[in-house]
Design a protein around this ligand. Structure first.
Ligand code: BES
Ligand code: ZN
Length: 575
C-alpha cells in the first residue's frame, strides 16, 4: 500500500479505531484545550501522529503512566510529526494539549463577524489536512475512526458536530455538549461549530441550524432537503447516517458547503431568496454516499470524492428539477473546467485526475479539475453501458466499498471486474494524462446554446427572463468589451442578486474597465468568505492598476476572519 503523502502516520504501527475528545472552547484565548484519547486496534510500541501547532502538555497511557514523546520540526505542508514511544506496548493513548494560536482548521469569529453581532463564533474546516491542527490524529483518510466528544462552551452558546448529539449539562457559566459518531469516518470529517444557534425541523430526518436572525431564511431556502434525501436514497441506496442535518454558518466560512457527516456546513451566500443555489446542498448530501461512505484513500484520489459527487449531485437535481437544469449545470461546469485547464496548463501544472502529490499542499492543488473532469469520466462510463446498467453498478460500488477508503487503482480494478461492458472507455488518459480526451461527453441545451452565441456576439438580453444558471452563462460568455452597467440592467443584476451572480458580474465589470465599482467591491470583499466568490474578483482587481491597492487593503483588513486556505488562495491570486 502506498503511504499517504500527506501524513506522518505509519499504519503498520497500529491504526486508531476511536477518538474521544474532551475539549473546552476558550474564546478569549482562541484555543481549544483538553484531552484526546486514542484507542488503537492493537498494542503499539511506537506511534507517529500528525500535529500542526498543537501545544502538548503531557501524554499518558490508559493506566495514566506518563509517556515520552518527541515533537518533530514543522513541515510547511505536513505540520509536525508527534512520535510517542511506548516501553510497554499500549493500545490507549491520552494526549493533554491545547490548539495553537494559528490553528489552520479553526476559525474564531468576533461578534461583529456574526449575524447577531453579540456572541463570538467558532467553526472548523478540516479537509484536506487541517484536522491535525485541532487534535493529534493519524490524519489520513485511510485511518477511519469513530469518535465521541464532550465540548464545553460558555453559556448561552451551543455546539454542533459531525456526529449525533447527546446530552447537554450545565456547569459554572458553561454548557457541555456530548456527541457520538458511531460510523467510522476519515479524520478530515471531524467538525465542530459553536455559537448562538437555533434549529428548525424540515422533516423527519432533516433539521437546519443557524443563528436566530438567519433561521427563517435558511429553513425557507432549503425546504426541499427531505425530497433530496429521498431522491438520493432511490438513486444510490440506503442513507447510512441516520439523520441529515445542516448548519448555515457566518459568511467567513470558506466554502459553498462541506459534507461533514450528519451536519453539513453551508455558506450563508446560498440564501438567495429564490432557492436557486440549492445545488450545493444536493452536492453535500450526495457526499453521504460518494466521499463519506466510499472515501478517497489520499488526496491523490480526491477525484473519487468530488467527480463522483458532482455526478451524483446532478442526478439528484435532474430527479427534482428536470433534465434541462441538470444539463445546464453540466454545460456551465464544462466551461469552468476548460477555463481551469487553460489556466493550469499555462502555469505548467498537472491536469491529470491523479498524480504524485508528495511535497505538494492539497490546498494549493485544489481546483475544479477533479470535480468536472471526474464528473465527465463518470458520465463517460454511464453512457458506455446505459443508465439502467450503470445505476445498478453504482449501488453495487457504494455497497461494496461502504465505510472504506479506496485509491484510484482499487476503483479501476472494480470497474474492470464489475462493469466489463465499459471497456470501450480507456481510463488511462482520463486518469493519468493532462487535458480532456477528445471524446469526452457533451451536453445539449438549446437555451444555453442560444445564450452562448448571442453573448459571444456581445448581444444583450431584451426583457427576457433567465434562471441563475442561464444568467451565469450570459456573464461567462460576454466579451470584456461589453458595457457592464448595461449588462446589469439587461440581466436585472443589482445589490439583491445572489452572490454567485454578483461575483460573475463584478468580475466581468472589472475586466471590462468599468469605473466607480469601489463601493460594490468593498461590500463584497468585506462580507464574503467563500474562496470561490473572492478569488476571481481579487484576481481581476489585481490585474487593474487602479484597483490593485484596494484589493490588497481589503485582503489585509479581512485576513483574520478568513480561513487559512482562503488566505493562501488570495495571496496567490494577488501575486
Ligand atoms: N468537500 C468539498 C469542499 C472541500 C474540498 C474542502 C477540498 C476542502 C478541500 C465540498 O463538498 C465541495 O465540493 N464544496 C463545493 C460545492 C460545489 C461543488 C457544489 C464548494 O464549496 O464550492
Ligand atoms: Zn464536494
Amino acid at each position: 500500500m502506498r503511504a499517504d503523502p500527506h501524513s506522518h502516520a505509519d499504519l503498520d504501527q497500529a491504526r486508531t479505531r476511536h477518538l474521544a475528545l474532551d475539549l473546552t472552547v476558550d474564546f478569549a484565548a482562541r484555543r481549544l484545550h483538553g484531552t484526546a484519547t486514542l484507542d488503537l486496534d492493537r498494542p503499539a510500541r511506537r506511534l507517529d501522529l500528525d500535529c500542526r501547532g498543537l501545544e502538548i502538555a503531557s501524554i499518558a497511557d490508559g493506566q495514566g503512566r506518563a509517556l515520552a514523546f518527541e515533537l518533530g520540526p514543522t513541515d510547511a505542508v505536513l505540520g509536525e510529526r508527534l512520535r510517542i514511544d511506548l516501553p510497554v506496548p499500549t493500545d490507549r493513548i491520552v494526549v493533554t494539549y491545547r490548539t495553537g494560536p494559528d490553528a489552520t482548521g479553526l476559525m474564531w469569529l468576533t461578534p461583529e463577524q456574526t449575524d447577531g453581532g453579540v456572541h463570538p463564533f467558532v467553526l472548523t474546516q478540516c479537509q484536506a489536512i487541517h484536522a491535525r491542527s485541532i487534535a493529534p490524529v493519524q490524519d489520513t483518510p485511510r485511518a477511519r475512526i469513530t469518535y465521541t466528544a464532550r465540548i464545553t462552551v460558555p453559556e448561552p452558546l451551543s455546539a454542533v458536530m459531525s456526529a449525533a448529539p447527546g446530552t447537554v449539562s450545565r456547569g459554572d457559566g458553561t454548557r457541555t455538549f456530548v456527541f457520538d459518531m458511531p460510523q467510522p469516518i476519515p479524520p478530515y470529517l471531524l467538525a465542530l461549530a459553536a455559537g448562538d444557534l437555533v434549529s428548525r425541523d424540515l422533516g423527519p430526518r432533516c433539521r437546519v441550524f443557524a443563528e436566530p436572525g438567519v433561521i427563517d431564511a435558511a429553513a425557507w431556502e432549503f425546504a426541499d432537503a427531505e425530497k433530496m434525501l429521498a431522491a438520493a436514497e432511490e438513486l444510490f441506496g440506503p442513507y447510512r447516517w441516520e439523520r441529515y442535518d445542516f448548519i448555515v454558518l457566518p459568511p467567513s466560512f470558506p466554502l459553498g458547503g462541506m459534507e461533514n457527516p450528519r451536519m453539513t456546513f453551508l455558506t450563508p451566500t446560498l440564501l438567495a431568496g429564490d432557492r436557486s443555489l440549492v445545488g450545493v446542498l444536493a452536492h453535500e448530501l450526495a457526499h453521504s454516499w460518494t466521499g463519506n461512505l466510499v472515501s478517497n484513500a489520499t488526496n491523490e484520489d480526491f477525484w473519487l470524492n468530488e467527480g463522483w459527487t458532482v455526478w451524483a449531485e446532478r442526478r439528484i437535481l435532474e430527479h427534482l428539477y428536470g433534465t434541462e437544469e441538470a444539463a445546464q449545470q453540466s454545460i456551465l461546469g464544462r466551461h469552468e473546467l476548460e477555463e481551469t485547464l487553460a489556466e493550469r496548463t499555462a502555469e505548467g501544472r498537472v491536469t491529470a485526475l491523479t498524480y504524485d502529490q508528495r511535497g505538494l499542499d492539497p490546498d494549493v492543488e485544489f481546483s475544479r479539475i477533479p470535480y468536472e473532469k471526474g464528473f465527465l469520466l463518470v458520465t463517460a462510463l454511464e453512457r458506455a453501458v446505459g443508465r439502467a446498467r450503470f445505476d445498478r453498478f453504482v449501488q453495487a460500488y457504494i455497497a461494496h466499498f461502504a465505510f472504506q477508503s479506496i485509491d484510484t487503482n482499487t476503483f479501476t480494478s472494480f470497474v474492470r471486474m464489475e462493469l466489463p461492458e465499459a471497456a470501450a472507455v480507456d481510463l488511462e488518459p482520463w486518469l493519468h494524462r493532462n487535458g480532456l480526451p477528445e471524446d469526452a461527453p457533451r451536453f445539449a441545451s438549446q437555451r444555453l446554446a442560444a445564450i452562448e452565441s448571442r453573448a459571444h456576439r456581445g448581444e444583450l438580453p431584451r426583457g427576457e427572463a433567465f434562471s441563475t444558471t442561464e444568467t451565469l452563462v450570459w456573464l461567462a460568455h460576454l466579451p470584456p468589451t461589453v458595457d457592464a452597467r448595461k449588462v446589469a440592467d439587461a440581466l436585472g443584476i443589482d445589490g439583491r442578486s445572489n452572490a454567485e451572480v454578483r461575483t460573475a458580474w463584478l468580475t466581468l465589470a472589472i475586466r471590462s474597465g468599468t469605473t466607480g465599482l469601489e463601493d460594490d467591491l468593498r461590500a463584497h470583499l468585506d462580507h464574503v468568505g467563500r474562496t470561490k466568490l473572492l478569488r476571481p474578483v481579487v484576481k481581476a482587481m489585481g490585474a487593474r492598476a487602479d484597483l490593485k491597492a484596494l484589493a490588497i487593503e481589503r485582503f489585509e483588513a479581512n485576513r483574520e476572519r478568513l480561513h487559512s486556505s482562503t488566505r493562501g488562495a488570495l495571496e496567490a491570486a494577488l501575486a
